[in-house]
Ligand binder design. Structure first.
Ligand SMILES: *Cc1c(COP(=O)(O)O)cnc(C)c1O
Length: 394
């Protein structure tokens, strides 16, 4: 394909088209190469492929054409020089840390990050000599204060789960660059359809492709996007240790990306409408959604994101009993902690995703007993509201 034309494509077009290399059969849809290894024409080619003197596929733990297509498409969408796909979002985070850090180095992380990431940083990495300081995610001064001479990575999610707290990525990028550490942003909640962390000043973007990139709850996957000097290290780590993405999952996620913009736009609009409706319900005391002017970082959200995203959380009056009543009256919304699906899901964070942390830690991070989180999908607003109203009306 003509390189010049591809370089001119708008993001929506990249999401549908980039990275496809047609085989001899001229297939219209991307080919799924379900193969673990690749054959060579002769001994000399085998030797050249193994040494890296000749580019090309060797073994699917290293590369596979379907996975390569996904990597090219996702890199283009994130505005990254390169992208490396992984078996899951957690594999992406683990590989990034293991590839780029040494024993004796330090991480500064927002305390409002995914539970398994907290476990990895807080409980697993110390066994390998890597310590993490957790800070209040929205407070820039807290990051500055936590930086040490040996801080290699500053790790954040924006918006956060479940309270949709934002991190000012551009401002934090200035702080980390001045210090000489890497800013790593988990862009799972916004996706490149709504937020471009690299353009804002981040060094690496992490994805759980399991969520909005697939978008239909089918497969696990992950990715690391950024400059080749960093992703090459991640690739070397994966190639040796094995948590690479399967070609089948890559193919599913490629298909998911084709509808990424239309889904994120529609789910964001659906979430905004639901947040506005929730804010008017007498039994709801507070709504957390970056697209509402009442959100404390509304101006930052408008600057940093092109939509509010599809996660809405809200507090009902009456604590856990009232919150569980809403959940238990749902017939349409799925009671599950998963998110990023076209099907709307509802969860009570204090007794599920955040159930293992102490009551004090929960209170401190704002996870109240009356808090509910909804990951808004594509169902009609009227049906979502009717489903919630049963439990809200008591
Ligand atoms: C789900 C999730 C992850 C982990 O991804 P997996 O694909 O489940 O391993 C990481 N970060 C965020 C923000 C997530 O929501």
């Amino acid at each position: 394909m003509d390189e010049h034309e591809q370089n001119d494509w708008a993001p929506e077009t990249l999401a549908v088209r980039l990275g496809q290399e047609r085989s001899q059969y001229g297939e219209h849809s991307e080919a799924l190469y379900l193969t673990s290894s690749f054959v060579f024409k002769n001994a000399a080619q085998a030797a050249a492929r193994f040494s890296g003197a000749e580019p090309g596929n060797v073994y699917a733990r290293f590369t596979n054409p379907t996975v390569t297509s996904l990597q090219q498409r996702l890199a283009a969408l994130e505005g990254a020089e390169d992208c490396i796909a992984t078996a899951s979002g957690m594999a992406a985070i683990m590989a990034t840390v293991m590839a780029l850090m040494n024993s004796g180095q330090h991480i500064v992380a927002s305390q409002s990050i995914f539970g398994a990431t907290q476990q990895l940083f807080g409980n697993l990495l110390p066994r390998f000599g890597i310590e993490t300081t957790f800070v209040d995610g929205a407070n820039l001064a807290a990051y500055s204060a936590a930086l040490q001479p040996n801080t290699r990575i500053v790790f954040v999610e924006s918006p956060s789960n479940p309270l949709t707290e934002l991190v000012d990525i551009a401002a934090l990028g200035k702080i980390t660059r001045a210090h000489g550490s890497l800013l790593v942003v988990d862009n799972c909640f916004c996706t490149p359809a709504l937020q471009l962390p690299l353009a804002l000043g981040a060094d690496l973007v992490i994805h759980s492709a399991t969520k909005y990139l697939d978008g239909q709850g089918r497969v696990l996957g992950g990715a690391v996007c950024g400059p080749k000097v960093l992703t090459d290290e991640v690739f070397k780590f994966l190639r040796t240790t094995g948590p690479t993405l399967s070609p089948f999952n890559a193919w599913i996620i490629l298909k998911g990306l084709e509808t990424l913009f239309i889904r994120m736009t529609a789910q964001s609009a659906n979430a905004l409408a639901l947040a506005q409706w929730l804010a008017q319900q007498p039994s709801v005391s507070r709504v957390h959604y970056p697209g509402l002017p009442t959100h404390p970082q509304y101006e930052l959200a408008k600057r940093q994101q092109s939509g509010g995203g599809a996660i809405v959380s809200f507090e009902v009056r009456g604590g856990r009993d009232a919150a569980w009543r809403v959940v238990d009256h749902c017939k349409l919304l799925s009671i599950t902690a998963n998110l990023g699906d076209t099907k709307t899901t509802i969860t009570h964070p204090a007794s599920t995703t955040h159930g293992r942390i102490t009551a004090e830690a929960r209170a401190q991070s704002g996870i109240t007993e009356g808090l509910l989180r909804i990951a808004v999908g594509l169902e009609a607003q009227v049906d979502l509201q009717a489903d919630l109203l049963r439990g809200l009306a008591g």
